[in-house]
Ligand binder design. Structure first.
Ligand SMILES: Cc1cc2nc3c(=O)[nH]c(=O)nc-3n(C[C@H](O)[C@H](O)[C@H](O)COP(=O)(O)OP(=O)(O)OC[C@H]3O[C@@H](n4cnc5c(N)ncnc54)[C@H](O)[C@@H]3O)c2cc1C
Length: 381
């Protein structure tokens, strides 16, 4: 059942209608096959680009869609509902454009942003390292200035779109000053000395490639520094505030898909002479799932509306990410329960949804880290 949305304008309604059609016709039919084959959906990202969906929340003058976050996130939710790996990929791409769009110089934006937002290129965001996950400030990939370039050496871990992306928004260490010794470079995929390790073998999101990125004296032109030297961690965390809203929206989309499957199954499956949806034990489970989906959606929309109005939204973004990803884990698990034995097989998508729901509780700051952000805001309020 399509989510019942209150959209701010008729243009937004049209955009959502177009997205739903694209998701239903072009994405949903391929999801199970690509996930099973661990095949990266590069063509589908090109299609999103051609449809103008790869730069939605950025200004039109650089090829973006100029839509409010409130609308962009609902587009993302619809895409994730059809295919979570593509939704997460769109969210990561959008986040990878943040540093240039918000911290690049005018000349840098003119030069690179239209291609990044306009459709054919795909981005990645490279912060984590094997020893620096939750503690991102401990990262050690080193960029040493030599003339008009940085020579970068080290390894980034867990990079979504590793080896597939056209550009990598990469946080590197330019001095030993802890969190203020980190800088942000826009690294081109063809940079000499840059390579990707073989993809990680994951529990879910298997069509979304995740790899280590290896820098071996990789030469990055100094004019690819975004923001000041030393501003990289601040830029990375700012990007994550917005990115977490994307992960929240994707998780709501996934939970909605699981709820829809569960309701459809419960209406047609009979036991003891009745459709199982008529048993209170099942219908209350479905009611709780619907309540979790709608309250998580309301939570991310509230944070997005604050962002759209220029209000602080960091705490609300962490709450949205925590609430929505926990909701998706619970709702997808309950969907498997509603389908009984069938839910545990690959004949139905709910077992995949359940596997896909786990990682949003981990990436872009684990849910423990979201609690730290929320608790810190309470302490300092
Ligand atoms: C599929 C996938 C895709 C990813 N994509 C990207 C990407 O595109 N770009 C990128 O930069 N990174 C990416 N990541 C990395 C991701 O953001 C990290 O995995 C995450 O931040 C956690 O880091 P970690 O795995 O090192 O866990 P750790 O930091 O080692 O945490 C282990 C456990 O300890 C807990 N913990 C740690 N510190 C604290 C604390 N202070 N208080 C309480 N609990 C704590 C954590 O919550 C967790 O439960 C991805 C990860 C995965 C799995």
């Amino acid at each position: 059942m399509p989510a019942d949305r209150l959209l701010p304008t008729t243009e937004a309604e049209d955009l959502l209608a177009l997205t739903r059609e694209l998701a239903r016709e072009e994405l949903a039919p391929l999801a199970a096959e690509y996930e099973e084959a661990e095949r990266f959906p590069r063509e589908q990202f090109r299609l999103l680009g051609k449809s103008g969906l790869l730069g939605l929340p950025y200004p039109e003058r650089w090829g973006g869609g100029d839509v409010p976050y409130e609308v962009y996130l609902q587009v993302l939710e619809e895409i994730a509902s059809a295919w979570m790996s593509v939704g997460v990929g769109l969210s990561v791409h959008t986040m990878s454009c943040f540093a240039l769009a918000h911290h690049g110089t005018e000349a840098q934006r003119e030069r690179w942003l239209p291609a990044m937002l306009g459709g054919d290129l795909l981005g990645a965001y490279a912060l984590s390292e094997s020893h620096a996950g939750s503690d991102a400030a401990a990262l050690s990939t080193r960029a040493r200035r030599e003339g008009d370039a940085y020579l970068v050496t080290g390894a980034k871990a867990w990079i979504t779109h590793g080896g597939q992306a056209d550009f990598y928004t990469t946080m590197v260490r330019t001095s030993d000053d802890g969190g203020t010794g980190i800088s942000c470079l826009l690294v081109d995929r063809d940079t000499p000395g840059l390579s990707a390790a073989p993809p990680e073998r994951k529990m879910g999101l298997t069509a979304s490639t995740t790899t280590q990125l290896l820098f071996d004296n990789a030469r990055v032109d100094a004019d690819r520094l975004l923001g000041e030297e030393g501003a990289g961690l601040r830029i990375a965390l700012e990007s994550l505030n917005s990115g977490r809203l994307g992960i929240a929206a994707c998780s709501v989309g996934l939970a909605q898909a699981a709820l829809d499957e569960a309701v459809a199954y419960a209406k047609q499956r009979t036991q003891f002479g009745s459709p199982i949806i008529e048993f209170q034990g099942v219908e209350f489970l479905l009611a709780d799932m619907a309540a979790a989906v709608e309250s998580a959606r309301a939570t991310y929309l509230e944070a997005a509306r604050r962002r759209d109005r220029g209000l602080p939204f960091q705490r609300q973004a962490s709450i949205a990410k925590l609430v929505a990803t926990d909701a998706a884990m619970k709702v997808t698990t309950d969907a498997v329960q509603v389908l009984g034995g069938a839910g545990y097989t690959r004949d139905f998508p709910v077992e995949r949804y359940m596997r896909e729901a786990k990682v949003p509780q981990i990436f872009e700051g684990t849910n423990q880290i979201q609690r730290l952000v929320i608790a810190r805001a309470l302490r300092t309020a």
